[in-house]
Write a protein that binds this ligand. Structure first.
Ligand code: PMP
Length: 434
């Protein structure tokens, strides 16, 4: 049933295909499967790649950092020097422009915006929470947990479109310049979640240069997938802090990253970066919040990863494990959905997701149908602010965690559901029209 434009088939033909697909779907349902594809988690084999790290910082090892500070004790508010060096190289900033945190960059992003609401950011005249409204630009589809932070803090979200090279900058510039309540934008600039898009140099420059009505506008630059390549020719992202400095807006960007999907999610090292003004402002506040981060874990990471070249080699091992999974999903999408004009999807060069767009109005029903056959997908709408996908068409596929055979079954079921719902949509339209 390849390369058939469903809309050109007769109603009888469509009904016949629908019956066949439904039979296949019901057969899967009888298998009582339980496959979870909802979150982008590394699989066991990937986690095993970093296991030796756990043996590196033991009772017999030197536990002081380069400055002589004992990592077993309090202190070192913004991280040990060797960890700062490592992340500075990864993020194209200098060590003084970095704060190493705990295990989660999401926590750092949440805390950054919470503090902005309570106290403002460097250069604010008022805490954001004292203003009548605070709004954020949210390129969509995007990362659901970013949107959840805004929702929790009462920051109004304005969804704008993602294009092939990043957010629709015409929309972004208009919003940022037109309203002083617009205080920021969420960006996942490399191998974006979920589209897998890397921002072009032009998008980076326009973000750095644009007029903003709010003087304390911030770009939340979540570079979570900065070294997570799948292709042999990795995407290259123009360094954002340098672009902001060159544009005369050095304080505009706050960058975040972590080793969650390099070493261990939940037990990695997270980091934020930005101008010294921004970092000093935050260091003062952090000193009230904590006496220091987990320096033993930082030592473990630095001793295991050594430097960017070693991280690159390590990420190639990750890619060798997950690339076949991405390829399998892409091949199945092509054979099952290709040529039917019912779906489109991206082929990412890195990151953790494949973003599937199906016919308008079908995503929620497809996710529900897949769940009834035992396949849990990310909730439809989750990739949009307030969980509302205006076209109800985007489905985020997270291929890394399941085994290849589980993944195959899950995607076969997903493709069946997409085809069934598409045919129903065509049939309904015909019914409505005639
Ligand atoms: N940002 C993005 C874009 C992500 O996809 C994820 C993980 N799913 C995170 C942040 C979470 O990072 P961390 O584990 O450092 O909190």
């Amino acid at each position: 049933m390849n390369d058939i434009d469903y809309d050109r088939l007769s109603t009888a033909e469509l009904n016949a295909i629908h019956a066949q697909l439904l039979e296949a779907y019901e057969a899967y349902k009888r298998q009582k499967l339980s496959l979870d594809m909802s979150r982008g988690k590394p699989c066991d084999e990937q986690l095993d790649l970093s296991l030796e790290m756990l043996d590196i910082v033991g009772s017999g090892d030197v536990l002081t950092d380069r400055s002589g500070l004992d990592s077993r004790n309090y202190g070192g508010l913004d991280g040990i020097p060797e960890a700062k060096d490592l992340f500075a190289q990864l993020l194209d900033v200098s060590p003084s422009e970095l704060i190493i945190g705990g295990a989660s960059s999401l926590t750092m992003m949440h805390d950054t915006l919470s503090r902005a609401m309570l106290h403002g950011v460097f250069g604010s005249s008022l805490p954001w929470g004292k203003l009548p409204a605070v709004k954020f630009i949210c390129p969509s589809p995007g990362y659901d947990r970013h949107f959840a932070i805004c929702e929790l803090l009462g920051i109004e979200m304005i969804a704008i479109d993602m294009l092939q090279d990043g957010p629709d900058m015409d929309q972004v510039e208009k919003l940022a310049a037109g309203d002083d309540a617009v205080k920021g934008i969420w960006c996942v600039p490399k191998y974006s979640n979920p589209d897998g898009i890397t921002y072009s140099d032009e998008v980076v420059d326009r973000l750095a240069r644009m007029e903003t009505c709010a003087g304390d506008f911030r770009i939340m630059w979540d570079d979570a997938y900065t070294v997570h390549h799948l292709a042999d020719e990795p995407d290259r992202l123009k360094p954002m802090l340098a672009a902001c400095k060159a544009a005369g807006h050095p304080d505009r960007v706050l960058m975040f990253s972590s080793t969650s999907k390099i070493s261990f999610p939940g037990a990695g090292v997270a980091v934020m970066a930005g101008s010294e003004n921004n970092m000093n402002f935050i260091r003062k506040q952090l000193a009230v919040q904590t006496i220091g981060p987990d320096k033993l874990n930082q030592l473990r990471h630095v001793r295991f990863f050594k430097g960017p070249a070693h991280i690159e080699a390590h990420m190639k091992k990750h890619a060798a494990i997950i690339k076949p999974k991405f390829e399998m999903v892409l091949n199945l999408l092509e054979t099952e959905l290709g040529g039917k004009r019912i779906a489109s999807w991206n082929k990412p060069n890195g990151g953790y997701f494949i973003s599937l767009n199906i016919m308008d109005g079908c995503a929620r029903s497809v996710v529900r149908m897949a769940a009834e056959a035992g396949v849990t997908l990310t909730k439809a709408g989750a990739t949009f602010p307030y969980g509302h996908d205006p076209r109800d068409r985007n489905i985020r596929i997270a291929p890394t965690f399941p085994t290849l055979s589980e993944l195959k079954t899950a995607i076969e079921i997903l493709c069946l559901c997409v085809q069934i719902m598409s045919i129903r949509t065509f049939l309904n339209r015909r019914g409505a029209n005639g």
